[in-house]
Design a protein around this ligand. Structure first.
Ligand code: TXA
Ligand code: MG
Length: 331
């Protein structure tokens, strides 16, 4: 059930229920971060392996020490600059954070969402909310209440409607290791903006098996339709000329295909607008009964890198596990 009733959401959460939860990035599947029964439900409904940890959402920076400890000054600098907002910090956890939230690691992922309804809800609770994106494991992330309802209608208590997500892709994730700031996931805040504060970000050590990072799942954010990412859309269209093709493009249509099978992410050529529309357009194309979706590779700067990361994962055939963020992201 989709509803704007925040008090109803509070009631469900207080009874250890789980709800669709609006944020500025994507909708989350939220439950009480301190209640393992709620957290178990989230993993079950999402069909997510329990070795993949969750993000804890807090209402204000004053709550940070309730979930994390030994917080480095650079983490506070980043939090002051980007919170509330789409930056997730990986910090040393407080002992009372359930192991299920952190996949038995000694770190916890935290952020403050920049969304008025999410903040109003968090302010009515006396606990933080864990919320992975509200999509079945490896599927396209949801950017509207309707997307969440389509995935989970009967399995969750309600979807709190907060409109369309404005950023449209997940938060950028960074952690801290020996005075270095480590990039775990590209996302809604461009790397360049973070590096103004931190200097050059490092990517996780390839040989490291822990922590478990989002880069470990190659196939992710994926439509059901075959999906190809290319620098040369025309060439791929020739290759698939006998197939029913759909196109996902940045700012210009292709001449040789009916425009009803084409989706532009931003006619203005604006990467922020493009990111905000990415998942909705993937959902739309996936419903057109196409044989193949061909996506154009985006410019390799700012949010273009974050969009390419998601398109690369959508294009993966198998759900291999690797922690090789470097080769996957091309930097
Ligand atoms: O924008 C977002 O971050 C959204 C909204 C709902 O806040 N949430 C989201 O959650 O994208 P999820 O679960 O789909 O992705 C969070 C990622 C996971 O892939 C997980 O691997 C990583 O965060 N993560 C969580 N805790 C971690 C930790 N302690 N160390 C490394 N990575 C961690
Ligand atoms: Mg996700």
């Amino acid at each position: 059930m989709i509803s704007k009733d925040i008090n109803l959401a509070v009631q469900h959460l207080n009874k250890n229920g789980i709800i669709g939860f609006p944020t500025e990035t994507v909708y989350g599947l939220a439950g009480n971060a301190y209640e393992t029964s709620a957290i178990h439900k989230i993993f079950e409904v999402k069909k997510r392996p329990t070795f993949n940890p969750l993000i804890v959402h807090i209402k204000g920076i004053e709550d940070l020490t309730q979930v994390a400890q030994d917080i480095p000054p650079i983490a506070y600098e980043l939090a002051n600059e980007f919170w509330p907002g789409p930056l997730t910090l990986i910090l040393k956890k407080q002992p009372h954070i359930p192991d299920l939230v952190t996949a038995n690691q000694d770190t916890v992922a935290v952020r403050i969402p920049n969304h008025s309804i999410a903040l109003e809800l968090l302010n009515k609770l006396n606990y933080p909310l864990v919320a992975p994106s509200a999509n079945p494991f490896t599927s396209i992330s949801p950017t509207s209440a309707k997307h969440v309802e389509e995935y989970f209608s009967t399995q969750i208590d309600m979807v709190l409607d907060g409109g369309i997500c404005t950023a449209g892709i997940e938060s950028t994730i960074v952690g801290f290791n020996n005075n270095k700031v480590v990039l775990y996931r590209l996302g809604a805040i461009p790397v360049e903006a973070i590096e103004k504060i931190t200097g050059t970000l490092v990517v996780p050590n390839k040989k490291e098996s822990k922590p478990i990072t989002p880069g470990m799942f190659l196939k992710h954010y994926a439509p059901k339709t075959d999906f190809i990412l290319t620098r040369n859309v025309k060439e791929e269209m020739d290759w698939y000329s006998d197939k029913k093709i759909g196109l996902l493009l940045f700012n210009r249509h292709e001449a040789n295909l009916d425009t009803k099978y084409q989706r532009l992410l931003s006619e203005e050529g604006d990467l922020e607008i493009a990111a905000s529309k990415l998942y909705d357009v993937l959902h739309q194309l996936d419903k057109l009964n196409l044989d193949v979706i061909i996506a154009e590779r985006f410019p390799e700067y700012g949010l273009g890198n974050s969009i390419n990361d998601r398109l690369e994962r959508a294009a993966k055939k198998e759900n291999n596990i690797t922690n090789d963020l470097t080769t996957e992201n091309g930097f």
